[in-house]
Design a protein. Structure first.
Length: 207
């Protein structure tokens, strides 16, 4: 039922954006969502600085520069923006998060693993920079730092297989918001999928 509602809302967003802005391709999901959000109640409710972020993100999406923009403002700031959107409209926040991650992956211009390593590394950096991280046990802190190092060298799959997703997610959920935990999981899964694909064709990734 929830997925049907999300699909219906997204279909409405597409219809709205493509009617108001007929030059927008229906295949450019991130741009469609951002255009629709710019004309929605969500935009009017956002704090001024978050409105600026949305407009800047919209401009970046129009010129296929989302990766550059995220690198410029930092992934921490993107997560904060998503949290603000989530307060006013969870559906739009979910869609924006989903298609933002998809767009970041699509803007990868080389077959190397640089971008997905950087993306996962950015999320892990957000976690280890959180004040609550310092209150974890030495063992738990070491696990997250080991995951960061493993991701850097293309060996995250082996570590996750060794300790299990549940252990890692439990640590992240303990110190991060549900939205941030969801983003972390998506990047971790995406990283492992690409790591497995790269290793299958080229052997282990060396960072």
């Amino acid at each position: 039922m929830k997925m049907m509602l999300v699909s219906a809302v997204f279909a409405t967003l597409i219809m709205y954006a493509t009617c108001v802005l007929p030059t927008v391709s229906q295949d450019d999901h991130l741009l469609v969502v951002l255009q629709a959000m710019h004309h929605s109640n969500t935009f009017r409710q956002l704090p001024t600085m978050e409105k600026v972020i949305l407009v800047e993100m919209l401009a970046a999406a129009e010129s296929d520069q989302i990766t550059h923009y995220v690198d410029t403002i930092g992934f921490d700031r993107v997560l904060l923006f998503l949290d603000h959107v989530n307060r006013y409209n969870q559906t739009e926040a979910h869609l924006l998060e989903k298609y933002l991650i998809q767009e970041l992956a699509e803007e990868e211009t080389t077959p190397s693993a640089t971008t997905f390593r950087r993306s996962l590394q950015s999320v892990i950096h957000t976690i280890t920079s959180n004040d609550a991280f310092q209150h974890l046990s030495d063992t738990d802190q070491t696990l997250m730092l080991d995951l960061a190092e493993a991701a850097e060298h293309g060996n995250a799959t082996a570590l996750v297989n060794q300790v299990g997703y549940s252990k890692i997610l439990a640590l992240v959920e303990h110190i991060m918001s549900p939205a941030e935990t969801h983003v972390f999981l998506q990047y971790l899964v995406s990283h492992i999928e690409k790591e497995l694909g790269h290793n299958h064709h080229h052997g282990p990734v060396v960072g």
